[in-house]
Design a protein around this ligand. Structure first.
Ligand SMILES: O=C(O)CCC(=O)C(=O)O
Ligand SMILES: [Fe+2]
Length: 367
């Protein structure tokens, strides 16, 4: 959600839809190590697994918003190419996560085709960590802008990780060391487009899911993103709450890898995209998501031990002995075989020496 100028190009988000009231965290305050802000971030990561990160009030934040605006321009450019041309760069999961996904090639909850298209730009490709991939000309010409965006996004990820390290009482640098910029990973910048849907034939555009990686930095301008209220039934439409985009802010969410490392203390929440509410629904919707995945060799086991607030293995629980690459492949197979249905995970209470020290419920954060 970059600057106000972008918001002014679209009808406004209606007042009469029910929204998820997410915590707003100030990037400038996190940078200055404000302890109340760090606590707000931590509680949001346990309750919803989502928060709004506000970049106003500091130069670094303003420069990131400018780069995010550049990525919206690239999003529009790449997705306006002919589909036939884009299909030369088709992504082929699980073998290749990078490239173009056409609208309609995945199914939504009722079996109908989805209505989202995107282009995944691989970070290893852009940072020179892997051999270069072949991309459409507009992506090739934007390598420098993409590199700059990814470097800035990475420093924001490091700041969030440092904040979570201290809140979880992990040695400083722990979470960031599992996802460095210069080691192979499945990290990508996803440039998404959702074309307006006919009023008489509307459906979910992007199926409900959790993000498999560690962290996502998401920018959008119009509504459409919905979160499943924690602890509620996904088949009841009333439980899916819109997130209202805010100028100058990104939406940050945690993925399944954070749940593994924190043994369920942190939360990865179900979300989906549907048509934008009100008059916004008549316009094409663009969003971009920097989807961070752990480095391929990173162990996925819980970061318990020492002073850490992460619980030790309990009876009946199994240690995750896989590395990130193995774990991601294992999950992909399990999902395809229907053994691992998408569901929210994490948000468990923290106990210290057998004593419960903190419980965060959604009502406390104003859902
Ligand atoms: O387009 C959006 O707002 C969300 C996209 C998303 O959740 C994803 O790509 O994982
Ligand atoms: Fe997502």
């Amino acid at each position: 959600m970059p600057t106000q100028a972008y918001f002014d190009q679209y009808p406004s988000f209606p007042d009469d839809v029910q929204t998820a009231e997410l915590q707003r965290v100030s990037f400038a305050k996190l940078l200055s190590q404000d302890s109340a802000e760090a606590k707000t971030l931590f509680e949001a990561c346990r309750a919803w697994g989502f928060f709004v990160l506000d970049f106003e009030g500091c130069e670094e934040g303003q420069s990131f918003l400018q780069s995010a605006a550049d990525m919206f321009e690239l999003d529009k450019e790449v997705n306006s190419m002919d589909v036939e041309e884009l299909m030369k760069y088709a992504y082929k999961p699980p073998y290749s996560l990078f490239g173009y996904k056409e609208a309609g090639n995945l199914k939504i909850e009722d079996g109908r085709p989805d209505r989202v298209e995107f282009y995944n730009v691989g970070r290893d490709d852009i940072m020179g960590v892997s051999a270069p991939l072949s991309n459409p000309p507009c992506i090739e010409q934007s390598r420098l802008a993409l590199k700059s965006y990814m470097e800035q996004a990475h420093s924001i990820v490091r700041l969030i990780c440092a904040t979570l390290d201290s809140q979880l009482r992990l040695p400083s640098g722990t979470l960031a060391s599992l996802q460095p910029l210069d080691k192979p990973s499945g990290t990508a910048l996803r440039l998404l487009r959702y074309l307006p849907q006919p009023t008489a034939d509307r459906r979910t555009s992007l199926l409900g899911h959790t993000d498999i990686g560690s962290l996502t930095i998401l920018f959008n301008i119009t509504g459409g993103l919905q979160l499943l209220a924690p602890g509620t039934d996904p088949t009841d439409e009333a439980n899916w709450r819109y997130v209202k985009p805010v100028p100058g802010c990104a939406i940050v969410n945690l993925g399944d890898a954070m749940v593994e490392w924190s043994a369920g203390v942190l939360r990865s929440n179900m979300h989906r995209v549907t048509y934008a509410p009100g008059a916004q629904g008549q316009t094409p919707r663009y969003s971009h998501a920097y989807l961070v995945r752990p480095q391929a060799e990173a162990p996925m086991k819980r970061l318990a031990g020492g002073d850490s607030l992460i619980p030790e293995l309990e009876q009946g629980e199994e240690e995750n002995t896989m590395n990130a690459k193995e774990w991601e492949a294992h999950k992909a197979v399990a999902i395809r075989q229907g053994r691992d249905n998408a569901r929210s995970r994490g948000g468990r209470e923290i106990k210290l020496k057998g004593e419960k020290i903190a419980t965060v419920t959604v009502s406390e954060v104003g859902a």
